[in-house]
Design a protein around this ligand. Structure first.
Ligand SMILES: *Cc1c(COP(=O)(O)O)cnc(C)c1O
Length: 359
């Protein structure tokens, strides 16, 4: 089959060079005669992979010394429950901002562990905007403030770090981690599943400030106790070794691309071109208010819904895959993560124009 462009929201596109490198090293990693997936996680070869994984992520994101970097399992969804259990630290309330489907899930799960104060919500706009952080009703007695930096389904993204007015800031960055520069020191904890912007499914990154760990409630399984995992370099039990290796390859690829700053410039250019094409057309539209549009996930609808099926079919015939929007919002969605080349976005734009011309 010829190469296609894959706009899936996650698991999502890999850089082709990385897939080729993994293929080349599949049977014999660096002359060891072994595949990475056969290696002991405590052996000397895998230790190199694990150390480089952490140090590359630290350097790409400028993670300060007083933060732990954990590589866990269970997906970002498991963290919806394990964040409150780890960092409530005796407090009974937490503030949450509701900007879309992923915020809703985080809120629902946290409710089993504390009183969740939804201090702002854009539900009334059908999640097409973000309430200004100066209007958020922050409760100083809350343990932390949680928000979702990029809503993968609704295509809504925070362009800046919100003002938490002194509360510990916690962010789900699953779908925009490593796509833009952030200042880790503004956060107490950030987390992300790897399958959107940094690798295959199966690893969850948690970056957490030292003072927040060591206070887990007794109900937390050891493998989800941040302090236990930090003490054991995320190897309290057997980690997802091959996935760590693949995430490591993605990080090295990103360094080769010039790091986060350089990829951010390209992400801005890709997103601007696609939104411009949508805004200029009479057939396509994006419902999200311009200042909050996501650079990673671009939902759009066709003016005539009855064309959806034929749009998707002819997109596939032109090598453009996974453009169907999430079932909860309908329409289309193009996810254009770091690994989506600009050529893929330009091909999509050309296809959309041609489809509009002929329909
Ligand atoms: C995909 C996604 C999740 C869920 O990730 P899992 O690894 O499937 O648990 C959570 N939050 C956001 C923002 C996501 O995009």
């Amino acid at each position: 089959m010829s190469k296609v462009y894959n706009f899936s929201a996650g698991p999502s596109v890999f850089p082709e060079e990385v897939l080729k490198q993994a293929q080349q090293e599949l049977l014999d990693w660096q002359g060891t005669g072994m595949s990475v997936m056969e290696m002991s996680h405590r052996g000397k070869h895998f230790s190199v992979i694990a150390q480089e994984l952490e140090s590359d992520l630290r350097s790409l994101m400028n993670v300060p010394e007083n933060y732990r970097v954990l590589f866990l399992q269970g997906g970002a969804s498991a963290q919806f429950s394990f964040i409150p259990q780890n960092i409530l630290n005796g407090k009974t309330k937490a503030c949450y901002v509701n900007t879309g489907a992923w915020s809703e899930k985080a809120i629902k799960d946290a409710q089993s562990y504390c009183e969740v104060l939804v201090i702002a919500s854009s539900e009334d706009t059908k999640y097409t905007s973000i309430p200004d952080s100066s209007t958020w009703l922050i409760d100083e007695e809350a343990a932390y403030l949680h928000y979702t930096s990029n809503e993968t389904i609704h295509g809504v993204e925070f362009q800046d770090c919100p003002n938490a007015k002194g509360l510990t800031l916690v962010s789900d960055m699953s779908s925009n981690i490593l796509s833009r520069k952030i200042d880790i020191e503004q956060y107490g904890l950030i987390y992300a599943g790897t399958q959107k912007n940094m690798g295959p499914a199966g690893v969850t990154v948690v970056i957490v400030r030292d003072d927040l760990i060591g206070h887990a409630s007794k109900s937390v399984p050891s493998v989800f106790d941040y302090a236990e995992q930090a003490k054991n370099q995320s190897m309290l039990n057997t980690p997802a070794t091959y996935n760590w290796y693949l995430v490591g390859l993605i990080l090295k690829w990103l360094k080769g691309q010039g790091g986060v700053e350089a990829i951010e410039v390209r992400n801005v250019a890709k997103a601007n071109k696609l939104y411009q094409a949508i805004d200029q057309s009479a057939l396509y539209s994006n419902p999200v208010a311009i200042p909050f549009r996501s650079r990673m996930n671009v939902p759009f609808i066709l003016a005539d819904e009855s064309l959806d099926k034929s749009f998707l079919a002819s997109a596939e015939a032109n090598g453009l895959f996974e453009l169907k929007g999430h079932r909860s919002v309908g329409g289309m969605r193009a996810s254009i993560y770091n690994a989506m080349p600009e050529a893929g976005v330009l091909t999509l734009i050309d296809f959309m124009a041609e489809f509009e011309r002929t329909h």
